[in-house]
Design a protein. Structure first.
Ligand code: HMG
Ligand code: MG
Length: 297
């Protein structure tokens, strides 16, 4: 059997939440449709967070209505609390993602509560999701380091990942929010987390601030992970993590895995077209080496 990986495109959410310019809802819709056309089956569409905190995601309900259904494509959305969950359900979402942090400092800045309070807030979400047959994914941020608290102990990441997994998340996405990890520090973190959550339920969510995103994805794949988050054109960042740049580019991951003989189900030329088209809308080029190289050919 040919090995495969599952790529979760997070550009429309993680990418656009940090863009200084607000992208029009119909342009977001076109982006999502092009991503689906390139073969992405999991596209994190938006976040039902407070529009005061993240104005870039304020059009969440309108966007969900505009996207509609695309056969075989899953559109998870981020929810920070029960209010967000209810709004997500009303908009037709069938999968949500909750997000906690392995660092207290980031939890306070990002969602205005402690780690323990955030997990408590998710309890009614898990209950309602179970009753409505809605899948819940869990993020853990700052799995290597925090912009406020510095280095984070792998055991702390394992604790938070374990709590989310036990509470009902089908997958735990491990976020190197500020992109400082290297294959060595990511591996140390994975070794600890794998003692608490089965490796096949872990995903790598690596920001590319130091250009280590592809290396960290490769190290994680060698460790046994087969799910990875990425953003087309390397869009992204986090509004509450100063200096954090975008996610590793989806094009770069597809090129990596194709080179390893691992299937992604993604059409690289169409994805590269999408990266250039959307970057032009933002008035710049893609932050993806692969997208630049393939255009130049
Ligand atoms: P708060 O101010 O503590 O909340 O914010 P509150 O309950 O006191 O409510 C304040 C106001 O927000 C009220 O409105 C609420 O109704 C409203 P007002 O009475 O002032 O008019 N409100 C909401 N509105 C819409 N949707 C909601 C919602 N909840 C409350 N769901 C809160 C707490 C969690 C809401 C806020 O801090 C928040 O929205 N934070 C989100 C921050 C965010 O989106 N960060 C980026 C995503 S995480 C990330 O990027 C990391 C990740 O990529 C992984 C990685 O890379 O590490 C996932
Ligand atoms: Mg992120």
């Amino acid at each position: 059997m040919i090995p495969s990986v599952r790529i979760v495109e997070v550009g429309p959410r993680d990418g656009l939440q940090n863009e200084p310019q607000i992208v029009a809802t119909d342009v977001k819709r076109a982006l999502i449709h092009r991503l689906a056309g390139a073969g992405l089956k999991h596209i994190e569409a938006t976040a039902f967070v407070s529009p005061k905190w993240v104005p870039q995601m304020a059009d969440h309900a309108a966007l969900m209505a505009m996207i509609g259904d695309i056969d075989g494509v899953n559109f998870p959305v981020l929810v920070p609390n029960f209010k967000g969950f209810e709004a997500a359900m009303a908009s037709g979402a069938r999968e949500v993602a909750v997000f906690a942090s392995a660092s207290e400092g980031f939890s306070q800045k990002n969602i205005n509560c402690s780690i323990a309070e955030s997990i408590d807030r998710f309890v009614p979400i898990f209950e309602a999701a179970r009753a409505q047959n809605v899948r819940v994914r869990g993020y853990v941020s700052c799995v290597v380091a925090c912009p406020y608290d510095g280095a984070i102990a792998p055991a702390k990441v394992a604790d938070v990942a374990g709590l989310l997994f036990d509470a009902g998340c089908y997958e735990i996405s491990l976020g190197d929010t500020i992109g400082v990890g290297t294959p060595a520090s990511v591996r140390r973190m994975l070794e600890a987390v794998a003692g608490r959550v089965p490796v096949e339920r872990l995903a790598g969510h690596y920001h590319d601030t130091y250009g280590m995103g592809v290396a960290n994805a490769f190290a994680s794949w060698e460790f046994g992970l087969t799910a990875f988050d990425s953003s087309v054109a390397g869009l992204g960042g986090c509004p509450y993590a100063e200096g954090a740049s975008g996610n590793v580019a989806t094009e770069d991951l597809v090129y990596l895995f194709e080179g390893l003989g691992v299937e992604t189900g993604i059409d690289l030329p169409r994805l590269v077209d999408c990266a250039h088209w959307f970057s032009a809308k933002l008035g710049r080029g893609p932050h993806s080496r692969v997208a630049k190289a393939l255009l130049a050919r």
